[in-house]
Ligand binder design. Sequence first.
Ligand code: SF4
Ligand code: SF4
Length: 461
Amino acid sequence: MGKSLPIFQPLKSLTNKLGFQQNVTRFDAPSQGQEGPGDGRTVDDFKPYLIALNLTKRCNLRCAHCYLDATTKMGGGADELTTAECLRLIDQIAEVNRGSLLVITGGEPLVRPDILDIAQHAVSQGFMVVFGTNGMMIDDRMAQNLVEIGVMGVGISIDSLDPQKHNDFRGLPRAWEGAVAGIEACKRNGLQFQVHFSAQPMNYQELPEVVKWAHQLGAKVLNVFFMVCTGRGEELTDITPTQYEEVLGFLVDCQDQYTDMLVRARCAPHFKRLAYEKDPNSPITKAQGYMGGGCLAGTNYARITPNGDLTPCPYMPLSAGNVREKSFVDLWERSDIFDSFRYPHLKGKCGDCEYSDICGGCRARPYVDHGDWLDEDQWCLYTPKGGEKIKVAFNVPEATLVEWDEAAQTRLSRIPYFLRAMVKKGVERHATEQGISLITIELMEELRKKRFGNEKPVFKF
Ligand code: SF4
Ligand code: SF4
């Protein structure tokens, strides 16, 4: 900790102005009757477990980086999905996987007057529901409402520890004070919160201090987002690939230093490669069964735009179709665009790379740069060494002599799909090391407490 990050050296932004030409390149989906690409995956591996519902373009702020180019509070609502359409969409997502984590976001989702009804419906369908918000509309009453509805938590964005910098970036005086007041309201009312920080040239050097601050504040998760210059952020510059590498290395080190706070890099998949390079047994890589983080666009992650388009991720306006015209089920299961993410033929160094299965690079950056989302991720500095590909743990069943009793099995089955393999592996490893032959609920609880103390399980997205 305390390591200072180097002074930002401006680099020409790699974004260009090609426009979002939908350059659908060839890909090989499995042929009829074939279950998957022949590496052990099945359609179950492609269930959505994280869906971003961008339910409004309306916002009470005007942030420089907004990928939606969100419009002001009064406008932007004309073509939004209606309440009834949102509820129907949620029912359709439930048909595919009601174990998904739904991230209700915008714009600023809390400016949408029916948003709590929509959230309540999602919770009643069994979804884990969280909000991505700027925090300014969260007072005690709102926090209580969210708790009562059963919302798991909120992610609140902070762009700088310097209020002036945050406010300038967010386009509103006192936005910083509003966000911090929102966090305090969450704390008072027992609503879990995560801190979200978007790493940019103007703030990335603050990261060591932000990590400390978030930890002191009591955050259980700090998500550091790496921008893709699109939407209103198209005019911004990103940090350089060298700076990425340094920041990501710093974040990997934070995993060891903050055992009671998860520090995650979002939308910088080579975080996984760096974590693996440091420790091949790192619990945060897909090689150990942790399927969160990294890039899940189109495989287990999708975004709904305010007017109902289904896209693989918020930074790629590549639409599989619109939920006003087709069911979410059809769009998720039968889309050439989504198949190109599930059975990708990656190009350039990402195609050659031994980390491609557990990393694979960001697909949005080459898309934004030149329209080909299967091309290499130029923000990664790694040169593939040509070794054997490192496998995702889901595809590598492990022989174990340890057994699970019925109650422990039931509990395991309730753990979100994307964390289950990691938890299973971790508990089995512990049991084997300790010479325990039967896994019970008590053992699972003991291990959970070791990791998180007496508090509720932490929500992550
Ligand atoms: S394509 Fe890039 S921006 Fe989209 S989810 Fe993947 S890593 Fe994030
Ligand atoms: S070259 Fe591509 S697949 Fe390999 S580590 Fe870099 S981004 Fe990941």
